[in-house]
Design a binder for this molecule. Structure first.
Ligand code: G
Ligand code: G
Ligand code: MN
Ligand code: NA
Length: 255
């Protein structure tokens, strides 16, 4: 309960909350093409709390919509700051939880944020898990369509772990699939992982979707991924999540 009170304070004041940025690089050139924004929270006494703990806590405490709004605005403000500094930012994607996706005014929220920070919508992406989209598929598809019409890139996160019926994919207007890191981890150990990678990358090509491989940790994994048609790779090997200043320094170039 103390944790919840502290989180409530953080959501209200913004204090202790930040975003780290993890590069997504093209598998050949190693050029940074995009980034995922990941929430960080520094508790006043406990120190760093993992998002794997405070995001579910925010959901249980009914704080997720407010927290998510703050995090989306932090990402937008950061993109605006980079543009104002004369840098060429890459598209940044923010994770959305189920509560955020199904809130009444997500579309208005994103629309307003793009105007407030004068951002090209192509820079502001969203990531959703399969499980969010499988629930109420038609409503989900309509909302995604409206977000696409704004121009935001949309990714399905942790792809392959849900109750994936591949047939629903063509009905969802997303721009990319992020293959769950469990498949990358098992590559070379488990034949079905390579079968999943081949199937997902093949399907993505047919549907003209981008594919991102998550959780690439070793040169051997990167090497093994070379035979699939991937758009981007993301993982500790090619870049850890890092504070904004460090990301700008090592990954962004002047306009
Ligand atoms: O950064 P890390 O890998 O520890 O993140 C753990 C989990 O928290 C991941 O599932 C990630 O998607 C989620 N997460 C991180 N940042 C955010 C955020 O800003 N919003 C939401 N809803 N989830 C996030
Ligand atoms: O659920 P989601 O895919 O949004 O979670 C992203 C999480 O994955 C972040 O918390 C990030 O810190 C973590 N992550 C990023 N790269 C790697 C990696 O190479 N290996 C592992 N194990 N985790 C990673
Ligand atoms: Mn994600
Ligand atoms: Na993921």
């Amino acid at each position: 309960l103390q944790m919840e009170t502290a989180l409530r304070d953080a959501v209200e004041s913004g204090e202790g909350l930040s975003l780290h940025y993890q590069p997504q690089v093209d598998p050949a050139g190693r050029q940074v093409r995009a980034a995922e924004a990941l929430a960080r929270w520094q508790h006043p006494e406990l120190g760093a709390v993992s998002p794997a703990d405070f995001i579910p806590l925010a959901e249980r405490a009914g704080l997720m919509v407010f927290l998510g709004r703050r995090l989306m605005r932090m990402a937008a403000a950061q993109l605006r700051a980079w543009l104002d500094e004369g840098l060429t930012p890459v598209p940044v994607s923010v994770n959305l939880s189920a509560q955020q996706f199904w809130q009444q005014d997500l579309l208005a929220e994103v629309h307003d944020l793009l105007l407030d920070y004068r951002l090209p919508a192509g820079l502001f992406g969203l990531e959703l898990t399969e499980s969010i989209l499988l629930d109420k598929q038609q409503q989900a598809a309509r909302l995604l369509q409206a977000l696409r019409e704004l121009g935001c890139p949309l990714a399905i996160d942790d792809f392959g772990t849900g109750y994936s019926s591949l047939s629903y994919l063509h009905a969802l207007p997303v721009t990319s699939l992020k293959i769950d890191r469990s498949f990358i981890r098992q590559l070379g150990e488990c034949r079905s992982s390579s079968a999943v990678l081949a199937a997902v990358t093949g399907l993505a090509r047919e549907l003209e979707l981008q594919v991102v491989a998550e959780g690439v940790e070793t040169p051997a994994q990167l090497d093994a991924l070379g035979r699939y048609h991937l758009t981007l790779v993301q993982g500790w090997l090619t870049g850890r999540p890092m504070p904004a200043a460090e990301f700008a320094e090592s990954c962004l170039s002047p306009a």
